[in-house]
Design a protein around this ligand. Sequence first.
Ligand code: SAM
Length: 407
Amino acid sequence: MQAQISRLLQATTGLNLTSISPSIVERAVRRRMENCTTTCIEDYWQHLERTTGELDALIDEVVIPETSFFRNREPFHALSSYLTEEWLQAHPLGKLRLLSVPCSTGEEPYSIAMTLLDARMHPGGVCIDAVDISTRALTSARTAIYGDHSFRGKELQFRSRYFRSTEAGYVLDESVRNMVHFTRGNLLDPRFLSDKAPYDVVFCRNLLIYFDRPTQQLAFTALEHLVRPGGLLFLGHAETILASQEVFVPFAQAGAFAFRKVLPRPALTGLRSSVPVAAPRPATAQKTAVPMGLPLPSRTAGSLEEAHRLADSGHLDAASVLCRNYLEVHGPCARAYFLLGLVQDAEGNAARAEEWFRKALYLDPEHLESLVHLALQVEHRGDTATAQRLRGRAERAEKRRSTGAGR
Ligand SMILES: C[S@@+](CC[C@H](N)C(=O)[O-])C[C@H]1O[C@@H](n2cnc3c(N)ncnc32)[C@H](O)[C@@H]1O
């Protein structure tokens, strides 16, 4: 009977419960049986089948709601620069749509809301949807009163700006609360948010790691539909390997674990329309000339920011030229090598990409993005042991970076 309940829970939530903890279902069932004042598991099974809400209550017992405000700072920094450097310029009057799934007890979507307010976005121009499968987590999210465990790390200035300290805990300001709309939902439900338009930005962090491979694929297909072309997807640091290199390309910012959904290839028109077209390459591997309106690469050093932006938007040749010019003028530079690696990766040259990432790491052994991307490359060709070692190095480098230790 225990195994039957376990299968039902796994099929509903997608969570690989036995690998999370062999006793997690047993504990959950015991708690629910106490609550229903029954000692017979067969009776409980019948109750579970017949009673609306009992499955939800059982789900609440097995989910892992672990979260905190501004969990891993970098994604929020990356979001802020995406908004100010790109989104606001392209959509001065548009409405920005963001999704946090799973949102757990609300710390993540509220951190997104605070990031937007800090970037001086008008709340009226923003829509933040936040979804989780756990009714209990959502109730807590809507209440928006938090204890110390929701605030980690040293950068806590936001707490005095957006919270009021009370006996019950830190109460979140209305201005932030009102920006987030919570709903219950299951990412694996085929109708998940099917009535909503795709989002500009989706945060889906620290859920996919709890799924097995086939479930991860299902979830990823859902995510592909949830992000609009050109929009961003933020994953947890251990989940980046799942991003399909055909649909998402790294939106490289140190430790942000963000990906941009590629734009559909423009249709070939005009004079060349009668020419047979070769099988399309993945959109990530699109080579484009320097786009109109962008500065032509010169012999002087181009900015690496610009190269980064060009690489992210698929203008690979232009990005490559800027990096090489930069290296010519400034000499060896880890970031430029890393960007050249990204370009090679997007062009489908895995071996060349690896060479550039290794070159970057030779110069700067703690270059976080190179560690992360090299880990992805080696994992892709089956060397999981090296990938794991590189991820360990990346985590240590990230920690040192966020605590300000070392370089
Ligand atoms: C570890 S928390 C992650 C919260 C937040 N994204 C973060 O990174 O801080 C995982 C959450 O996933 C939710 N969850 C589990 N399975 C889900 C599913 N199939 N659909 C939506 N949410 C799910 C759980 O209820 C839990 O709140």
